[in-house]
Design a protein around this ligand. Structure first.
Ligand code: ATP
Ligand code: AMP
Ligand code: MG
Length: 212
């Protein structure tokens, strides 16, 4: 099976660029147009499992865990997300949005958020890369006191990750057949980025309707 019965959009980008903010706003736009979306945050699924067993207290501690633990949880989280989306979207013309990362910076090195086995589980129709300038990302990270992104708070690391994210987006697209879009989330213009994202997502829903 190449695709799930519902369209799957994967939203990715450097930590602090504004993925969750823009996704939230775009869901509101789509719901105003009568379109149903299920948003699953990959980090929520990882955190739920790992905090239950007591190995982390916050979502920003997950990437510091031994890779073998992260690998196990990453695979299980993908299965759980698809199970949950399949139940929620059954019989409706909705869309699944997965808020996640293409690369995670761990003490052992950069680690892919969508290795082949995860991509085969999620079967993405589209990968949407959210971007902003490294300066904008740094200042958003600094302003957002709800999160600990110190390990990403360096312009050289952000630039390197942005370059690698674009490459990784094409790699994942090449082995899944997903499309790739880049959406710029400019300072003070999250609403504009959300409108752009909403139009990409709406197109996925419409294409799916025509396919049936
Ligand atoms: P992570 O990958 O760590 O979850 P994220 O990409 O989901 O990060 P958000 O949590 O959505 O990032 O946003 C980080 C901070 O930037 C938040 O405080 C948010 O309010 C702010 N922000 C998002 N978009 C913009 C924007 N266009 N202009 C100014 N601030 C923004
Ligand atoms: P986020 O809130 O999006 O920054 O996610 C919090 C944490 O969840 C990340 O720092 C990672 O440790 C983990 N995470 C998110 N997406 C993935 C993924 N696709 N694979 C593995 N871990 C992930
Ligand atoms: Mg987020």
């Amino acid at each position: 099976m190449l695709r799930h019965p519902f369209p799957v959009a994967i939203v990715v980008g450097v930590p602090g660029v504004g993925k969750s903010t823009v996704v939230d706003l775009s869901v509101k736009i789509l719901s105003g147009r009568g379109l149903r979306t299920v948003v699953l945050n990959y980090g929520d699924y990882m955190f739920k499992r790992l905090s239950l067993v007591g190995v982390v207290r916050s979502r920003d501690e997950i990437r510091g865990l031994p890779i073998r633990i992260q690998v196990e949880n990453q695979a299980e989280a993908a299965r759980m997300m698809i199970r949950s989306a399949s139940e929620e979207l059954q019989g409706s013309k909705g869309l699944l949005i997965v808020d996640t990362h293409l690369l995670i910076r761990t003490p052992s090195g950069y680690w892919p958020g969508l290795p082949l086995h995860v991509a085969q589980e999620l079967k993405p129709d589209a990968i949407i890369l959210i971007e902003a300038s490294p300066e904008e990302i740094l200042s958003r990270q600094a302003r957002d006191k709800t999160r600990v992104r110190k390990d990403y708070a360096d312009p050289a690391i952000i630039e390197e990750m942005m370059r690698m994210n674009r490459i990784e987006a094409l790699v994942v697209a090449s082995f899944t057949g997903a499309t790739v879009n880049i959406v710029y989330n400019r300072e003070g213009e999250a609403e504009k980025a959300a409108r752009e994202l909403a139009s990409i997502l709406e197109n996925l829903i419409i294409e799916k309707m025509h396919h049936i």
